[in-house]
Design a protein around this ligand. Structure first.
Ligand code: NAD
Ligand code: ZN
Length: 327
């Protein structure tokens, strides 16, 4: 494995002065400080300085941890990211956020630190299983729904090709998703999220909460899919989004095998309140200030809302449960 990684980096002419350091993949690597400490210890043994370049290769979780550790050593050593999953190539790997989960909170500790460079080798997508590949499609649909209706239309038109694993089509979708994420971060005027509006977090208030409630057996991309489905149906119930647009979204999810319902969405606490609603508080705390939730006005355009009706969230979950039974 280590040999293969070294040969791979050499094939891109990426200089390497030390043997690769292995981290476990998946959300477990973000649990607390332990892997950050292991990495920092490794950087210390390798005598890294501020002129060094750290090369991180992996999925979103590994990149989040590597970016966090790289930002701490000598107040920040340059980082080259090589994202290997659909989520990391189409979203997280090209962004500016790095971090870990702490005190049972997702991404509670972290830093904004733009990478020195990002190299997306789309051939990595070919070893992802169906679920991991679909995760990145959820993030692509997310940006399409809030920013670009014609990109949504393109994904809709190509659902069959995606299903049949037509790689040029899949690569084009993940590439466009990455480009839209990148453009937003670079040009929206708030790359480090000082304000409370966070359009790229559409569907994430519920998604992050469900990930956490499941002990992270629900992956990030699955949580995002569930959160988008919930906010889409909620927006229709609130009279913002047309029924026909809601149905387009749900039918695309069905074609791409993205989840729209999970029993944890219905879990209630001792006082009969849906536990998923705690995601709104998590979100408010994380952002500070006023709660701001992006909701779709139509496919391609979102508006920020500052409160959500618990009854309508419940109605949206019941709708999705019925939909998932019949689909
Ligand atoms: N920093 C950000 O802006 C940002 C944005 C979105 C998501 N995230 C974070 O990213 C994480 C999710 O990342 P993810 O969806 O990439 O999953 P992941 O990093 O959790 O990886 C999932 C699994 O895929 C495996 N894997 C990685 N590359 C593979 C490949 N090419 N072929 C086969 N298996 C491969 C990993 O070993 C792991 O088992 C979450 O922690 C989420 O919070 C961060
Ligand atoms: Zn996300």
């Amino acid at each position: 494995m280590l040999d293969r990684i070294e040969r791979y980096l050499q094939s891109w002419k990426i200089p390497s002065s030390s043997a690769p350091f292995l981290l476990p993949g998946g959300e477990q690597v973000k649990a607390g400080f332990s892997h950050v400490e292991r990495l920092i210890d490794f950087f210390d043994r390798e005598r890294l300085c501020r002129q060094s370049l750290i090369v991180a290769l992996g999925g979103g979780a590994v990149l989040d941890v590597a970016g966090f550790a790289a930002a701490l050593v000598h107040r920040g050593v340059r980082l080259l990211r090589l994202p290997t999953t659909s989520v990391a190539q189409g979203d997280s790997g090209i962004g500016v956020k790095n971090g870990i989960n702490f005190a049972e909170e997702k991404n509670f500790l972290g830093v904004f630190a733009p990478p020195h460079g990002v190299l997306c080798d789309l051939t990595f997508l070919q070893t992802l299983d169906g679920g991991l590949l679909a995760d990145g499609l959820a993030e692509a649909i997310k940006v399409a729904m809030i920013k670009n209706g014609s990109f949504f239309h393109e994904i809709e038109q190509q659902a069959l090709e995606i299903e049949e694993r037509n790689w040029p089509v899949i690569e084009s979708i993940i590439r466009q998703s990455g480009e839209i994420h990148y453009r937003h971060i670079a040009t929206s005027g708030d790359p480090f999220e000082r304000g409370s509006a966070r359009p790229l977090d559409f569907g994430h208030w519920a998604g992050h909460r469900l990930e956490k409630m499941s002990g992270y057996s629900i992956r990030h991309g699955e949580g995002v899919a569930l959160g988008i489905a919930l906010d889409t149906v909620y927006a229709q119930i609130q009279g913002m989004l047309a029924e026909q647009e809601r149905d387009r979204v749900l039918s695309l999810f069905e074609k791409l095998h993205l989840p729209v319902y999970h029993p944890l969405m219905e879990k209630e606490d001792d006082s009969g309140v849906l536990e998923v609603l705690g995601g709104l508080n998590d979100f408010r705390e994380h952002l500070g200030g006023e709660l701001s939730i992006p909701l779709p006005l139509r496919i391609g355009e979102a508006v920020e809302f500052h409160e959500m009706s618990a009854d309508d969230v419940k109605a949206a979950i019941s709708f999705l449960k019925a939909f998932s039974r019949h689909s």
